[in-house]
Design a protein around this ligand. Structure first.
Ligand code: GP9
Ligand code: MN
Length: 607
């Protein structure tokens, strides 16, 4: 029953891309080896113990599967061990998780009910028999054989499955959810050993790579924001498709649409986060390194040595602060922010938060930004330029908003998430407008650069049907999904003229881009992005799962598309250099993080 249930779950709850009959077959048999193995221990048990064991295992395995189902509904991804360790996130996640569960989910456990009834009314079905040693050996040999058979088929379909995989769907598809979890557990132990074994010898190669990819800054923009304050706003879940777009004829983000006309607006800019969502975007910004493939680097590697954007500014005399009205331990920020070089974290304890001014995840953006002005004044009073990073919150899944705050209608589709999204996006737009006006009144506008970007997608692939309806498309394909990962990037430098920059770029480019604007050359420091303004900028952006976008190509789920036409290019070899480069960069980045390699750089050498 569990085998069949797992397979049905694959088909119903997960969206696993199947290309041929062989892949379907692998998917079908992949739960078998693990389930036979784990239930096999029942063969050693007698009397009442066996049914108890079988029932307990069924319950635990079902719970794990169900956990994945719920997580997948929002994140289109599978659970990992580092994620489960993020217990300090759990409290706040409550409201989000509840919206992802449905009373119908009870059907998911129907097999347990059947099993219970069988045990009660037909106990002989599970107990009675004792098995001889030979029987048991044959049984376990069979398990091993099925395991190798499965792995063998998987390797032919997907070579290097276990050594070079950044894509969890690929693992689940080939070795099954349960073996995937075992593999994940193995990775968890392996990564903890990796730091201990690292000795810095890997660093030279990575430094060479980083230096070779360094791009000379653009003379026209280098230093145009020298010594200005940096006010950076991370726009929660804001995707680029809402910019300059309408809902039933009404502009969704009227303020931002105006603001981009007097700023640099990057309309081909992508988020690159993994499971760490907002925290991953912060990591990308600060380090110009990729977040890790499993869990959140904020949790797993907060003790590492980093060379960050904040630290670099601090070394130039800036005071540095992060402002976000959530519990300080969410995403382990209180610990990680120290490693990233923020002098001060203004968190929920620094704000007046009550029922009236809260919605969804907490303090409403308008109130958050309003109350933050006092903190900015505090930073300004220190007498040196400051770097202040704001993280908004209202436009967060499940996008709840009180009627009194809604100034645009809802969309009408089968996805409540997408329907609500437009309202919270509009709310955020208004909050930003109010904030910019406040900066002007406070005299902060003219001596600050203002940087704003979407931290990651807001509408997951789970809402593709509704999204297709909104975008007037028949469906959302993998090709479309990849390009929907665009988030807006807006940089406003005092006195500039507006300009749209359409180079393909991503969050990994933020650090070198901003440093160059501030007149701080990042040459020689280890970074995997480059200044977007540079005339030599390579238009190439890698996603955490190994997908990438260039000027001409979109590569996702191991399929290469012509970006202009959306057609599949069967001969992937034309993009081989990019495919290799994407893998290489992710590997280098992982090596740095897992080996804590930056600790081997002499502090004098640090930029
Ligand atoms: C929580 C906020 C949201 O503090 O940053 O995090 P997310 O769920 O988007 O990663
Ligand atoms: Mn976020």
């Amino acid at each position: 029953m569990l085998w069949i249930k797992t397979y049905i779950t694959y088909k119903v709850s997960f969206d696993i891309d199947i290309e041929n009959g062989m892949q379907e077959f692998i998917l079908f048999i992949n739960p078998l080896c693990f389930l036979m193995f784990i239930f096999g221990f029942g063969l050693f048990m007698k009397d009442k113990r066996r049914p108890t064991y079988i029932f307990a295992v069924s319950l635990i395995v079902s719970a794990i599967l169900y956990g994945n189902v719920v997580y997948y509904r929002e994140f289109t991804d599978f659970l990992t061990i580092p994620l489960l360790k993020q217990t300090s996130n759990m409290g706040d996640l409550g409201s989000s998780i509840l919206t992802l569960m449905s009373p119908w989910d009870i059907l998911f456990f129907v097999d347990l009910l059947i099993l219970g009834l069988v045990m009660k009314f037909k106990p002989s079905f599970v107990v009675n028999k004792t098995y001889s040693k030979v029987n048991r050996r044959v049984y376990f040999l069979l398990v091993v054989a099925i395991g190798f058979f499965n792995l063998g088929l998987a390797e032919t379909e997907r070579p290097e499955l276990l050594t070079r995989t950044f894509d969890r769907e690929m693992l689940v598809k080939n070795i099954g959810t349960y073996n995937y979890h075992l593999y994940d557990a193995y990775l968890a132990t392996k990564t903890s050993a990796q730091r201990a074994l690292a000795d810095g010898s890997e660093l030279a190669e990575i430094e060479n790579y980083s230096n070779a990819n360094y791009k000379e800054p653009n003379k026209e923009t280098f230093g145009i924001a020298k010594n200005k304050n940096v006010i950076l706003v991370s726009l929660e879940s804001l995707q680029n498709f809402v910019i300059n777009n309408t809902l039933y004829g009404e502009e969704i983000t009227p303020f931002l649409n105006k603001f981009i006309k007097e700023s640099y607006y990057f309309d081909n800019f992508y988020h690159q986060v993994g499971q760490g969502k907002t925290s991953d975007s912060e990591f990308l910004l600060e380090n110009s390194l990729y977040p890790i493939g499993r869990g959140s680097v904020f949790f797993t590697h907060s003790q590492n040595e980093y060379t960050t954007f904040a630290e670099t500014l601090r070394a130039k005399g800036y005071s540095t602060a992060a402002l976000h009205a959530n519990n300080k331990s969410f995403w382990n920020r209180d610990v990680m922010y120290k490693a990233l070089g923020y002098d001060r974290y203004y968190n929920i304890d620094d704000y007046d938060v009550n029922e009236q001014n809260s919605v969804g995840w907490g303090l409403k953006d308008k109130d958050f930004l309003k109350q933050s002005i006092a903190h900015l004044k505090e930073l300004e009073a220190k007498g040196s330029p400051f770097y202040a990073k704001f993280i908004t919150l209202t436009n967060h899944h499940p996008y709840t908003l009180g009627e009194e705050d809604a100034t645009i209608g809802k969309f009408d589709s089968n996805s409540k998430t997408l329907n609500n999204y437009f309202q919270t996006v509009r709310y955020m737009d208004e909050a930003i407008e109010q904030f910019i006006n406040d900066l002007k009144t406070e005299g902060l506008y003219d001596n600050s650069i203002i940087v704003m970007y979407g931290d990651h997608y807001g509408i997951s692939e789970n809402h593709n049907v509704a999204m297709a309806k909104y975008l007037n498309k028949d469906s959302i394909t993998a090709f479309d999904s990849a390009q929907l990962q665009k988030v807006p990037l807006i940089i406003h430098v005092p006195g500039q003229k507006g300009q749209v920059i359409s180079k393909v770029s991503g969050q990994i480019d933020l650090k070198p881009t901003l440093l160059d604007l501030l007149g701080i050359d990042s040459k020689g420091s280890i970074q995997l992005g480059s200044d977007i303004f540079s005339n030599d900028k390579l238009e190439f952006t890698v996603f955490r799962d190994g997908s990438f976008i260039t000027k001409d190509y979109v590569y996702t789920s191991e399929t290469l598309y012509d970006k202009a036409t959306g057609e599949v290019i069967p001969d992937k070899s034309v993009a081989k250099p990019y495919i290799d480069k994407a893998q290489q960069e992710l590997e280098y980045s992982d090596k740095i993080i897992y080996g804590d390699l930056l600790r081997f750089i002499e502090s004098g050498q640090k930029k």
